[in-house]
Design a protein around this ligand. Structure first.
Ligand code: GUN
Length: 302
């Protein structure tokens, strides 16, 4: 069997078209959705992610601003920026790009973001609300993965989903989303991780296999059931070398957590890297930002 390729680019385009309409309606009501991103340092992956988010915002009519702090910026400096943005009325969403430099306490920063502006869905209040089945903002990457399953005709409902990886950004929130008793979830969920024995034995039971461990091409065909749906969340940069265009800059190839060329011969459907979950992550950030602005518009009406 050769797998159908699930295009995140196409699904993302469809959602962005819907968002454009919602943004136009908001603007008619005098509300322009606003997103502030804070990046600390020049990590090339973070630079690239943030610029992708800026472009998506521009495309759908969301106002965005990126605040760049130097790598050596103090924790206090970052905290005071977050506080300032919490108070700014035109700012609907605040995103602090991760990872942060080691001298900054990430939890302290995430906990300070107003949960009502937490478009990343990382604040413990929002994590807790999602867990109890009353979501306010859901984290973008796992939310994007679920949306991609549903819109590509691979609903998780009633399926055995095996998630590889237990990060706070993907594995754990995805687990919390998929076990909920609702039409967009209702899956049987197993999470495997570095403490799991016989990992391949478990991944081979998956109707839907989600790879989110952050290691290049570790999911091989012997770990996949014939006909399974494979969702690759991995974004690994390998083979760094100087750019041909600008040799002062380093460039790398992108690889997923799945060995795409071999696994696609066994799966019934698979997401590519790039062009799979990646564009969905950015799009779900836009969804959250527009939702936040719609809530602001509702508050203004009252
Ligand atoms: N770094 C990697 N993924 C993410 C994400 O979804 N949000 C933020 N803020 N940082 C990230």
């Amino acid at each position: 069997m050769t797998a159908k390729i699930i295009s995140g680019n196409e699904v993302a385009k469809e959602i962005r078209a819907e968002l454009k309409e919602r943004v136009s309606k908001l603007k008619e009501r005098g509300v322009t959705p606003g997103l502030v991103m804070i990046r600390v340092g020049e990590d090339p992956a973070s630079v690239s992610y943030v610029s992708g988010k800026e472009k998506a915002a521009e495309e759908i009519g969301v106002w965005s601003q990126t605040i760049v702090l130097p790598e050596v910026a103090s924790e206090e400096e970052l905290l005071s920026k977050v506080e300032e943005m919490n108070k700014a009325e035109h700012v609907d969403g605040i995103l602090v790009q991760l990872p942060l430099p080691k001298h900054i306490n990430t939890d302290k920063v995430l906990n300070l973001i107003d949960p009502a502006k937490d478009v990343d869905g990382f604040h413990p209040v929002n994590v807790g609300k999602m867990l109890i089945g009353d979501p306010y903002f859901m984290p973008c990457t796992p939310h994007g993965a679920v949306e991609l399953m549903i819109r590509s005709g691979n609903s998780p409902e009633g399926k055995h989903v095996v998630i590889c990886g237990r990060s706070n950004i993907v594995g754990k929130p995805l687990m919390a989303m998929l076990v909920q008793k609702n039409k967009r979830a209702n899956a049987t969920v197993t999470v495997v991780h570095t403490g799991t024995k016989n990992m391949a034995e478990i991944t081979r039971q998956a109707d839907i296999l989600v790879a989110a461990m952050g290691s290049p091409e570790v999911i091989k065909p012997d770990m996949v059931k014939e006909g399974a749906v494979v969702i690759d969340v991995g974004v690994n940069r390998v083979g760094w070398k100087p750019s041909k265009k600008d040799p002062s800059k380093q460039v790398a190839d992108l690889r997923g957590d799945v060995e795409f060329e071999t696994v696609k011969e066994k799966a019934s459907a698979i997401t590519p890297v790039p062009g799979g979950v990646g564009p969905m992550t950015i799009t779900m950030l836009m969804v959250n930002t527009v939702v936040a602005a719609e809530r602001r518009a509702e508050r203004m009406r009252k």
